[in-house]
Ligand binder design. Structure first.
Ligand code: ZN
Length: 326
């Protein structure tokens, strides 16, 4: 039994793929390589007229493959559009020639747009440290809770049978070999000891780094958290991790508030964690104001994307977020 994941809740999954997913032998033998190549060409043809649009464009297909190929064929492109990477850098070459919204997609349907939520699953990476994997799990779980506000029409396979609600996390687990579940909220401190890393907080250099310290007892991260969340949380404002998680789990009748709280939380965690890693790896951190702006922009982008897709309760969320910024 296979699983077909829709790219967007508003787009029908082609019948062919449902049939293919039911027969794994057929699925394996299907000429995906040829299909994907055709898909990529169609996408390039479709998108090339939009290259000059300032607000960006969406492109699907095997873009990394295409990027590497085009860089090989037209070496001058590297000089025009590329950014030189550090000579010591041994990772894969990534040159931004197709815009920041360029995405890789598995090439399943040529008429669909990629839903961010599903894309989120594909983008999920395996990290070398369990700690990072656990953070990804937590982010997926938050995303999953957000999905409950979206009306799905298809039936999704869940661990307890077919349900009309899609669970990113369960689908992720069902489509892959399962691994031990790590509740990072409980293991953060232990992880630090296990790997014997420097346990002093990289952000404030003033306390032992633990999950509770980083989110958001730390004098650095609490400033960011307060700046972005005080107006949303008001009376229930707290820097205590467990209390925050409890707030996130609560169902809020005020959808716009709920959206802002959850997206804000997700973005703040991500950006703080990234800053923390930058410092740990000897890079210089962004100034505090730049970090706040970055988070604000991230949440705005996410909310306007949601609004453009017409999600329930998202119309006023962006407006609400902006009103808490002033
Ligand atoms: Zn700190």
């Amino acid at each position: 039994m296979g699983v077909v994941m829709g790219k967007d809740e508003k787009v029908n999954i082609p019948h062919l793929y449902m049939k293919l997913a039911m027969d794994l032998e057929k699925l394996r033998n299907y000429p995906w390589g040829m299909y994907s190549f055709d898909f990529l060409l169609k996408q390039i043809d479709k998108t090339r007229h939009k290259l000059e649009q300032n607000e960006g464009y969406l492109m699907e297909g095997f873009l990394f493959g295409f990027q590497i190929w085009i860089m090989e064929v037209v070496p001058a492109l590297g000089e025009i559009c590329g950014t030189k990477v550090n000579r010591n850098f041994t990772g894969p070459l990534y040159v931004e020639i197709l815009g920041s919204r360029g995405v890789i997609d598995m090439g399943i349907s040529n008429e669909a747009t990629v839903a961010e939520d599903v894309l989120g699953v594909r983008r999920r990476r395996r990290h070398r440290t369990e700690l990072l994997n656990a953070i990804e799990s937590e982010m997926v779980a938050v995303k999953d809770r957000l999905r409950e506000n979206v009306e799905d029409v298809s039936l999704w396979r869940r661990s307890s049978g077919f349900k009309d609600k899609f669970s990113t996390q369960e689908t992720w687990i069902l489509t892959r070999t399962s691994y031990a579940h790590i509740d990072w909220a409980n293991n953060y401190g232990q992880g630090c000891e296990m790997y014997r890393v420097d346990v002093t907080c990289a952000l404030c250099k003033n306390a032992a780094e633990s999950r509770s310290h980083l989110f958001f007892e730390c004098s650095y991260s609490s400033q960011i958290w307060e700046n972005l969340m005080l107006d949303i949380l008001r009376g229930s404002y707290t820097t205590d991790w467990n209390a925050i998680v409890a707030l996130l789990k609560q169902s809020d009748r005020d959808k716009k508030r709920s959206f802002c709280l959850r997206y804000g939380f997700q973005t703040i965690i991500y950006v703080i964690w990234r800053e923390r890693n930058k410092i740990t790896h000897g890079e210089s951190p962004l100034p505090m104001n730049a970090v706040k702006k970055l988070i604000d922009k991230g949440v705005r982008n996410k909310l306007s994307l949601l609004r453009s897709r017409g999600g329930k309760g998202t119309e006023s969320a962006l407006q609400y977020w902006v009103s808490t910024r002033t």
